[in-house]
Design a protein around this ligand. Structure first.
Ligand SMILES: O=P(O)(O)OC[C@H](O)CO
Length: 443
Protein backbone atom coordinates (compact mmCIF):
# COMPACT_ATOMS: atom_id res chain seq x y z
CA UNK A 1 0.00 0.00 0.00
CA UNK A 2 1.45 3.36 -0.99
CA UNK A 3 1.74 6.14 1.55
CA UNK A 4 -1.08 8.01 -0.17
CA UNK A 5 -3.35 4.94 -0.05
CA UNK A 6 -2.50 4.43 3.62
CA UNK A 7 -3.52 8.03 4.38
CA UNK A 8 -6.79 7.62 2.44
CA UNK A 9 -7.48 4.31 4.23
CA UNK A 10 -6.94 5.87 7.66
CA UNK A 11 -9.09 8.89 6.75
CA UNK A 12 -11.96 6.62 5.61
CA UNK A 13 -11.58 4.59 8.80
CA UNK A 14 -11.79 7.73 10.91
CA UNK A 15 -14.90 8.89 9.06
CA UNK A 16 -16.53 5.46 9.58
CA UNK A 17 -15.70 5.53 13.31
CA UNK A 18 -16.97 9.10 13.59
CA UNK A 19 -20.28 8.24 11.92
CA UNK A 20 -20.67 5.06 13.99
CA UNK A 21 -20.01 7.13 17.11
CA UNK A 22 -22.68 9.59 16.06
CA UNK A 23 -25.15 6.77 15.51
CA UNK A 24 -24.25 5.12 18.80
CA UNK A 25 -24.59 8.41 20.66
CA UNK A 26 -27.93 9.32 19.04
CA UNK A 27 -30.59 9.68 21.70
CA UNK A 28 -33.39 7.14 21.93
CA UNK A 29 -36.55 8.67 20.53
CA UNK A 30 -39.64 8.57 22.74
CA UNK A 31 -42.81 9.23 20.75
CA UNK A 32 -45.73 10.97 22.38
CA UNK A 33 -49.00 11.51 20.48
CA UNK A 34 -51.29 14.15 21.87
CA UNK A 35 -54.20 16.47 21.08
CA UNK A 36 -52.84 19.75 22.39
CA UNK A 37 -53.17 22.44 19.74
CA UNK A 38 -52.83 26.19 19.86
CA UNK A 39 -51.80 27.82 23.12
CA UNK A 40 -51.78 24.47 24.95
CA UNK A 41 -49.62 22.88 22.26
CA UNK A 42 -47.05 25.64 22.64
CA UNK A 43 -46.71 24.87 26.35
CA UNK A 44 -46.37 21.14 25.61
CA UNK A 45 -43.51 21.92 23.22
CA UNK A 46 -41.87 24.07 25.84
CA UNK A 47 -42.08 21.37 28.53
CA UNK A 48 -40.72 18.76 26.10
CA UNK A 49 -37.84 21.06 25.16
CA UNK A 50 -36.85 21.49 28.80
CA UNK A 51 -36.70 17.69 29.13
CA UNK A 52 -34.76 17.18 25.90
CA UNK A 53 -32.27 19.90 26.79
CA UNK A 54 -31.76 18.47 30.27
CA UNK A 55 -30.13 15.22 29.10
CA UNK A 56 -28.72 13.53 26.00
CA UNK A 57 -29.91 9.93 26.33
CA UNK A 58 -33.53 10.39 25.25
CA UNK A 59 -35.39 12.66 22.91
CA UNK A 60 -39.13 13.07 23.33
CA UNK A 61 -40.91 13.76 20.06
CA UNK A 62 -44.36 15.16 20.74
CA UNK A 63 -46.80 15.05 17.84
CA UNK A 64 -50.30 16.50 17.74
CA UNK A 65 -52.54 13.95 16.02
CA UNK A 66 -55.73 16.00 16.00
CA UNK A 67 -58.77 16.16 18.29
CA UNK A 68 -59.00 13.90 21.34
CA UNK A 69 -61.03 11.16 19.61
CA UNK A 70 -58.72 11.26 16.59
CA UNK A 71 -55.70 10.72 18.84
CA UNK A 72 -57.28 7.68 20.51
CA UNK A 73 -58.28 6.27 17.11
CA UNK A 74 -54.79 6.90 15.73
CA UNK A 75 -53.28 5.15 18.75
CA UNK A 76 -55.53 2.09 18.39
CA UNK A 77 -54.90 1.86 14.64
CA UNK A 78 -51.14 2.16 15.22
CA UNK A 79 -51.32 -0.53 17.86
CA UNK A 80 -52.95 -2.92 15.41
CA UNK A 81 -50.16 -2.18 12.94
CA UNK A 82 -47.56 -2.62 15.74
CA UNK A 83 -46.50 0.99 15.25
CA UNK A 84 -47.83 2.45 18.45
CA UNK A 85 -46.14 5.44 20.08
CA UNK A 86 -44.59 5.02 23.51
CA UNK A 87 -47.07 7.45 25.06
CA UNK A 88 -50.63 8.21 24.01
CA UNK A 89 -52.70 11.03 25.44
CA UNK A 90 -56.26 9.74 25.83
CA UNK A 91 -59.11 11.93 27.02
CA UNK A 92 -60.96 10.81 30.10
CA UNK A 93 -63.77 9.11 28.19
CA UNK A 94 -61.21 6.70 26.68
CA UNK A 95 -60.15 5.45 30.13
CA UNK A 96 -62.07 2.17 30.25
CA UNK A 97 -61.13 1.30 26.67
CA UNK A 98 -57.43 1.93 27.34
CA UNK A 99 -57.51 0.16 30.68
CA UNK A 100 -58.93 -3.05 29.27
CA UNK A 101 -57.00 -2.96 26.00
CA UNK A 102 -54.31 -5.33 27.25
CA UNK A 103 -51.77 -3.08 25.52
CA UNK A 104 -50.88 -0.88 28.46
CA UNK A 105 -47.83 -0.76 30.72
CA UNK A 106 -49.44 0.61 33.90
CA UNK A 107 -47.80 3.79 35.07
CA UNK A 108 -47.53 2.73 38.72
CA UNK A 109 -45.62 -0.38 37.57
CA UNK A 110 -43.45 1.50 35.11
CA UNK A 111 -42.34 4.04 37.69
CA UNK A 112 -41.63 1.30 40.24
CA UNK A 113 -39.70 -0.81 37.73
CA UNK A 114 -37.55 2.16 36.77
CA UNK A 115 -36.67 3.09 40.33
CA UNK A 116 -38.98 6.06 40.93
CA UNK A 117 -40.33 5.73 44.42
CA UNK A 118 -43.37 7.95 44.02
CA UNK A 119 -45.65 8.79 46.90
CA UNK A 120 -48.91 8.93 44.97
CA UNK A 121 -50.69 10.43 47.97
CA UNK A 122 -48.92 13.70 47.09
CA UNK A 123 -51.06 13.98 43.95
CA UNK A 124 -54.53 15.53 43.74
CA UNK A 125 -56.66 12.54 44.74
CA UNK A 126 -59.87 13.30 42.77
CA UNK A 127 -57.68 13.34 39.66
CA UNK A 128 -55.69 10.25 40.55
CA UNK A 129 -58.69 8.14 41.51
CA UNK A 130 -60.18 8.61 38.05
CA UNK A 131 -57.28 6.65 36.57
CA UNK A 132 -56.93 3.89 39.16
CA UNK A 133 -57.97 0.28 38.72
CA UNK A 134 -60.17 -1.57 41.21
CA UNK A 135 -57.09 -2.31 43.37
CA UNK A 136 -56.13 1.35 43.64
CA UNK A 137 -53.23 1.13 41.18
CA UNK A 138 -52.58 4.08 38.91
CA UNK A 139 -52.90 2.98 35.30
CA UNK A 140 -52.13 6.20 33.43
CA UNK A 141 -50.33 9.41 34.30
CA UNK A 142 -52.67 12.36 34.84
CA UNK A 143 -51.36 15.21 32.75
CA UNK A 144 -53.92 17.71 31.60
CA UNK A 145 -56.71 17.45 34.13
CA UNK A 146 -59.60 19.85 34.05
CA UNK A 147 -63.16 20.43 35.11
CA UNK A 148 -65.85 22.64 33.57
CA UNK A 149 -66.45 26.16 34.88
CA UNK A 150 -68.46 29.19 33.83
CA UNK A 151 -66.74 32.09 32.06
CA UNK A 152 -68.61 35.36 32.03
CA UNK A 153 -68.15 38.74 30.42
CA UNK A 154 -67.62 41.21 33.29
CA UNK A 155 -67.97 44.20 30.98
CA UNK A 156 -71.40 43.04 29.74
CA UNK A 157 -72.51 42.11 33.26
CA UNK A 158 -71.65 45.61 34.49
CA UNK A 159 -73.43 47.19 31.56
CA UNK A 160 -76.54 45.12 32.30
CA UNK A 161 -76.37 45.93 36.02
CA UNK A 162 -75.79 42.28 36.99
CA UNK A 163 -73.75 41.75 40.19
CA UNK A 164 -70.49 39.93 39.60
CA UNK A 165 -70.47 36.26 40.55
CA UNK A 166 -68.91 34.51 43.53
CA UNK A 167 -65.88 32.32 42.86
CA UNK A 168 -66.97 29.71 45.38
CA UNK A 169 -70.77 29.81 45.76
CA UNK A 170 -72.51 28.78 42.57
CA UNK A 171 -75.56 30.63 41.27
CA UNK A 172 -78.70 28.56 40.88
CA UNK A 173 -80.14 27.64 37.51
CA UNK A 174 -83.15 29.83 38.39
CA UNK A 175 -80.76 32.75 38.85
CA UNK A 176 -79.11 31.84 35.56
CA UNK A 177 -82.50 32.30 33.92
CA UNK A 178 -82.72 35.80 35.39
CA UNK A 179 -79.11 36.72 34.57
CA UNK A 180 -79.36 35.59 30.95
CA UNK A 181 -82.68 37.46 30.60
CA UNK A 182 -81.00 40.65 31.83
CA UNK A 183 -78.14 40.17 29.37
CA UNK A 184 -80.60 39.89 26.50
CA UNK A 185 -82.57 42.88 27.75
CA UNK A 186 -79.37 44.96 27.83
CA UNK A 187 -78.82 44.25 24.15
CA UNK A 188 -76.49 41.24 24.14
CA UNK A 189 -77.34 38.86 21.31
CA UNK A 190 -77.29 35.71 23.46
CA UNK A 191 -77.22 34.62 27.09
CA UNK A 192 -75.19 31.45 27.55
CA UNK A 193 -73.42 28.98 25.33
CA UNK A 194 -71.77 25.74 26.31
CA UNK A 195 -68.87 23.67 25.05
CA UNK A 196 -68.72 19.87 25.46
CA UNK A 197 -72.47 19.69 26.04
CA UNK A 198 -72.51 16.07 27.23
CA UNK A 199 -69.61 16.65 29.62
CA UNK A 200 -70.92 19.93 31.04
CA UNK A 201 -74.75 19.59 30.89
CA UNK A 202 -75.16 15.87 31.47
CA UNK A 203 -72.04 14.25 32.96
CA UNK A 204 -71.10 17.05 35.35
CA UNK A 205 -74.72 18.05 35.94
CA UNK A 206 -75.31 14.49 37.18
CA UNK A 207 -72.22 14.43 39.40
CA UNK A 208 -72.84 17.78 41.07
CA UNK A 209 -76.47 16.87 41.78
CA UNK A 210 -75.51 13.37 42.88
CA UNK A 211 -77.64 11.79 40.18
CA UNK A 212 -76.56 8.48 38.70
CA UNK A 213 -75.16 8.84 35.21
CA UNK A 214 -74.98 5.06 34.98
CA UNK A 215 -75.80 2.20 37.32
CA UNK A 216 -73.09 0.24 39.20
CA UNK A 217 -71.57 3.45 40.57
CA UNK A 218 -71.33 4.94 37.09
CA UNK A 219 -69.71 1.78 35.80
CA UNK A 220 -66.91 1.55 38.37
CA UNK A 221 -68.50 -1.55 39.89
CA UNK A 222 -69.25 -3.57 36.80
CA UNK A 223 -69.31 -3.72 33.06
CA UNK A 224 -72.98 -4.70 33.30
CA UNK A 225 -74.02 -1.10 33.93
CA UNK A 226 -76.72 0.93 32.18
CA UNK A 227 -77.12 4.62 31.50
CA UNK A 228 -79.49 6.45 33.84
CA UNK A 229 -79.51 9.87 32.23
CA UNK A 230 -83.20 9.70 31.32
CA UNK A 231 -84.22 10.66 34.85
CA UNK A 232 -86.75 13.41 35.53
CA UNK A 233 -84.27 15.97 36.86
CA UNK A 234 -81.88 15.63 33.94
CA UNK A 235 -84.74 15.77 31.43
CA UNK A 236 -86.09 18.91 33.12
CA UNK A 237 -82.67 20.55 32.83
CA UNK A 238 -82.48 19.85 29.11
CA UNK A 239 -86.09 21.03 28.70
CA UNK A 240 -85.22 24.30 30.46
CA UNK A 241 -82.25 24.93 28.16
CA UNK A 242 -84.47 24.21 25.17
CA UNK A 243 -87.08 26.68 26.43
CA UNK A 244 -84.36 29.33 26.81
CA UNK A 245 -83.59 28.98 23.13
CA UNK A 246 -86.86 30.81 22.35
CA UNK A 247 -85.46 34.15 23.54
CA UNK A 248 -81.76 33.32 23.00
CA UNK A 249 -80.97 33.02 26.69
CA UNK A 250 -79.28 29.83 25.52
CA UNK A 251 -78.09 28.98 22.05
CA UNK A 252 -76.19 26.14 20.55
CA UNK A 253 -73.19 26.86 18.40
CA UNK A 254 -73.12 23.49 16.70
CA UNK A 255 -69.45 22.72 17.14
CA UNK A 256 -68.58 19.19 18.09
CA UNK A 257 -66.18 19.82 20.94
CA UNK A 258 -65.14 23.32 21.76
CA UNK A 259 -68.59 24.74 21.22
CA UNK A 260 -69.20 28.35 20.33
CA UNK A 261 -66.20 29.83 22.12
CA UNK A 262 -65.99 32.35 19.31
CA UNK A 263 -69.46 33.66 20.27
CA UNK A 264 -68.16 34.49 23.74
CA UNK A 265 -65.03 36.08 22.34
CA UNK A 266 -67.14 38.13 19.90
CA UNK A 267 -69.40 39.14 22.85
CA UNK A 268 -72.46 37.57 21.26
CA UNK A 269 -72.93 35.52 24.43
CA UNK A 270 -72.32 36.82 27.93
CA UNK A 271 -71.68 33.41 29.50
CA UNK A 272 -69.64 30.49 28.24
CA UNK A 273 -69.40 27.12 29.99
CA UNK A 274 -66.23 25.20 29.18
CA UNK A 275 -63.20 23.48 30.64
CA UNK A 276 -60.78 25.43 32.82
CA UNK A 277 -58.32 24.77 30.02
CA UNK A 278 -60.23 27.39 28.03
CA UNK A 279 -58.18 29.90 30.03
CA UNK A 280 -55.18 29.45 27.72
CA UNK A 281 -57.01 30.52 24.59
CA UNK A 282 -59.22 33.15 26.21
CA UNK A 283 -56.15 34.86 27.67
CA UNK A 284 -54.66 35.03 24.20
CA UNK A 285 -57.81 35.97 22.29
CA UNK A 286 -59.64 38.48 24.48
CA UNK A 287 -58.19 41.96 24.58
CA UNK A 288 -61.23 44.23 24.52
CA UNK A 289 -63.28 43.21 27.54
CA UNK A 290 -62.90 41.88 31.08
CA UNK A 291 -63.90 38.32 31.87
CA UNK A 292 -63.96 36.19 34.98
CA UNK A 293 -64.78 32.67 36.11
CA UNK A 294 -67.48 31.30 38.42
CA UNK A 295 -68.43 27.75 39.44
CA UNK A 296 -71.07 25.95 37.38
CA UNK A 297 -74.69 26.71 38.34
CA UNK A 298 -76.64 24.24 40.47
CA UNK A 299 -80.32 23.61 41.17
CA UNK A 300 -81.85 25.50 44.11
CA UNK A 301 -82.90 22.17 45.67
CA UNK A 302 -79.25 21.02 45.80
CA UNK A 303 -78.22 22.73 49.02
CA UNK A 304 -74.81 21.09 49.21
CA UNK A 305 -73.68 20.54 45.65
CA UNK A 306 -71.26 17.72 45.06
CA UNK A 307 -67.85 18.07 43.45
CA UNK A 308 -67.65 18.38 39.70
CA UNK A 309 -65.74 15.64 37.91
CA UNK A 310 -62.58 15.83 35.94
CA UNK A 311 -62.04 16.03 32.25
CA UNK A 312 -58.98 16.52 30.13
CA UNK A 313 -56.72 13.56 29.50
CA UNK A 314 -54.04 11.28 30.86
CA UNK A 315 -50.96 9.65 29.41
CA UNK A 316 -50.99 5.93 28.64
CA UNK A 317 -47.81 3.97 28.07
CA UNK A 318 -47.99 1.26 25.44
CA UNK A 319 -46.23 -2.08 25.77
CA UNK A 320 -43.93 -3.32 23.03
CA UNK A 321 -40.70 -1.36 23.46
CA UNK A 322 -37.25 -2.26 24.74
CA UNK A 323 -36.53 -1.93 28.41
CA UNK A 324 -34.17 0.99 27.79
CA UNK A 325 -36.94 3.00 26.10
CA UNK A 326 -39.04 2.74 29.22
CA UNK A 327 -36.25 4.34 31.24
CA UNK A 328 -36.78 7.38 29.05
CA UNK A 329 -40.55 7.21 29.34
CA UNK A 330 -40.34 7.03 33.15
CA UNK A 331 -37.82 9.90 33.26
CA UNK A 332 -40.18 11.99 31.12
CA UNK A 333 -43.20 11.18 33.32
CA UNK A 334 -41.14 12.20 36.31
CA UNK A 335 -40.21 15.42 34.53
CA UNK A 336 -43.88 16.23 33.86
CA UNK A 337 -44.70 15.91 37.55
CA UNK A 338 -41.89 18.25 38.63
CA UNK A 339 -43.22 21.15 40.68
CA UNK A 340 -41.83 23.79 38.29
CA UNK A 341 -43.30 22.04 35.22
CA UNK A 342 -46.68 21.68 36.91
CA UNK A 343 -46.69 25.34 37.91
CA UNK A 344 -45.80 26.39 34.37
CA UNK A 345 -48.48 24.09 32.91
CA UNK A 346 -51.16 25.37 35.29
CA UNK A 347 -50.35 29.04 34.84
CA UNK A 348 -50.23 28.89 31.06
CA UNK A 349 -53.17 26.57 30.38
CA UNK A 350 -55.50 26.58 33.38
CA UNK A 351 -55.25 22.77 33.77
CA UNK A 352 -54.87 21.64 37.40
CA UNK A 353 -51.48 21.43 39.00
CA UNK A 354 -51.69 17.66 39.59
CA UNK A 355 -49.37 17.50 42.59
CA UNK A 356 -50.19 18.92 46.00
CA UNK A 357 -46.65 20.35 46.16
CA UNK A 358 -47.24 22.45 43.06
CA UNK A 359 -50.65 23.62 44.31
CA UNK A 360 -49.23 24.54 47.74
CA UNK A 361 -46.32 26.37 46.10
CA UNK A 362 -48.73 28.43 43.98
CA UNK A 363 -50.70 29.34 47.10
CA UNK A 364 -47.56 30.21 49.06
CA UNK A 365 -46.40 32.44 46.19
CA UNK A 366 -49.69 34.36 46.39
CA UNK A 367 -50.56 33.36 42.82
CA UNK A 368 -54.27 32.88 43.53
CA UNK A 369 -54.52 36.25 45.23
CA UNK A 370 -53.35 37.81 41.99
CA UNK A 371 -55.30 35.46 39.70
CA UNK A 372 -58.22 34.12 41.77
CA UNK A 373 -60.05 32.83 38.68
CA UNK A 374 -57.36 30.17 38.25
CA UNK A 375 -58.47 28.47 41.48
CA UNK A 376 -62.21 28.25 40.78
CA UNK A 377 -61.92 24.84 39.11
CA UNK A 378 -59.84 23.13 41.77
CA UNK A 379 -62.11 24.51 44.50
CA UNK A 380 -65.20 23.20 42.73
CA UNK A 381 -63.53 19.82 42.19
CA UNK A 382 -62.59 19.47 45.85
CA UNK A 383 -65.51 21.23 47.58
CA UNK A 384 -66.94 17.98 48.93
CA UNK A 385 -65.72 14.40 49.29
CA UNK A 386 -66.78 12.53 46.17
CA UNK A 387 -69.63 10.04 46.50
CA UNK A 388 -69.76 6.83 44.49
CA UNK A 389 -71.73 8.85 41.96
CA UNK A 390 -69.62 12.00 41.81
CA UNK A 391 -66.26 10.18 41.71
CA UNK A 392 -66.33 9.89 37.94
CA UNK A 393 -67.49 7.74 35.05
CA UNK A 394 -66.03 4.43 33.93
CA UNK A 395 -67.82 3.30 30.82
CA UNK A 396 -66.82 1.15 27.88
CA UNK A 397 -67.19 2.69 24.43
CA UNK A 398 -67.69 6.02 26.18
CA UNK A 399 -66.38 7.90 23.15
CA UNK A 400 -69.27 6.50 21.09
CA UNK A 401 -71.68 7.04 23.98
CA UNK A 402 -70.72 10.69 24.22
CA UNK A 403 -71.30 11.03 20.49
CA UNK A 404 -74.75 9.47 20.91
CA UNK A 405 -75.62 11.93 23.69
CA UNK A 406 -74.38 14.82 21.53
CA UNK A 407 -76.50 13.64 18.59
CA UNK A 408 -79.62 13.28 20.73
CA UNK A 409 -79.11 16.71 22.31
CA UNK A 410 -78.78 18.24 18.87
CA UNK A 411 -82.16 16.71 17.99
CA UNK A 412 -83.63 18.53 20.99
CA UNK A 413 -82.03 21.84 20.04
CA UNK A 414 -83.32 21.62 16.46
CA UNK A 415 -86.81 20.67 17.64
CA UNK A 416 -86.86 17.15 16.19
CA UNK A 417 -87.30 15.39 19.54
CA UNK A 418 -88.68 16.20 22.96
CA UNK A 419 -86.11 16.22 25.77
CA UNK A 420 -87.66 13.05 27.21
CA UNK A 421 -87.60 11.20 23.90
CA UNK A 422 -84.00 12.24 23.28
CA UNK A 423 -82.75 11.22 26.70
CA UNK A 424 -84.66 7.92 26.54
CA UNK A 425 -83.12 7.26 23.13
CA UNK A 426 -79.66 8.34 24.27
CA UNK A 427 -79.87 5.86 27.16
CA UNK A 428 -81.23 3.03 25.02
CA UNK A 429 -78.69 3.52 22.22
CA UNK A 430 -75.84 3.82 24.72
CA UNK A 431 -76.93 0.67 26.51
CA UNK A 432 -76.51 -1.26 23.26
CA UNK A 433 -72.88 -0.04 23.16
CA UNK A 434 -72.38 -0.97 26.80
CA UNK A 435 -73.64 -4.51 26.14
CA UNK A 436 -71.30 -4.82 23.15
CA UNK A 437 -68.40 -3.71 25.31
CA UNK A 438 -69.38 -6.08 28.09
CA UNK A 439 -69.53 -9.00 25.67
CA UNK A 440 -66.09 -8.17 24.29
CA UNK A 441 -64.27 -7.50 27.54
CA UNK A 442 -65.93 -9.62 30.24
CA UNK A 443 -63.44 -12.24 31.43
O1 LIG B 1 -60.73 20.75 27.17
P1 LIG B 1 -60.24 19.69 28.09
O2 LIG B 1 -58.90 19.16 27.71
O3 LIG B 1 -60.28 20.10 29.50
O4 LIG B 1 -61.21 18.45 27.95
C1 LIG B 1 -62.58 18.59 28.10
C2 LIG B 1 -63.25 17.25 28.18
O5 LIG B 1 -63.03 16.66 29.40
C3 LIG B 1 -62.77 16.24 27.22
O6 LIG B 1 -63.43 15.04 27.41
Amino acid sequence: MTRQNRVTFIAVLLIVFFCAGQVLAAPIEIHWWHAMRGARGEVVDNIVKVFNDSQTEFKVIATCKGEYDEVVNAGIAALRAKKQPHILQAFEVGTQTMMLSGAIYPVYQLMKDKGYNIDWSTYLQPVLSYYMDADGNLMSMPFNSSTPVMYYNVTLFEKAGIPLLSKTDPVTWDEMGEITAKLIKSGVAGGMVTAWQSWTQVENYSAMHNLEFASKSNGYEGLDCELKINNEKQINHIARLKSWMDDKRFFYGGQKYQGPKSEFIAQNAGIYIDSISGIANLKKSIKDFKWDIAPLPVESWMKEPQNSIIGGASLWVFKGYKDKDYEGVAAFMNHLARTDMQILWHKETGYFPITINAYEQLKADGYYEEFPYQEVGVKQLTRRNPTKISRGLRLGYFIQIRNIINEELELVWNGSKTPKQAMDDAAARSNVKLREFEKTYKQ
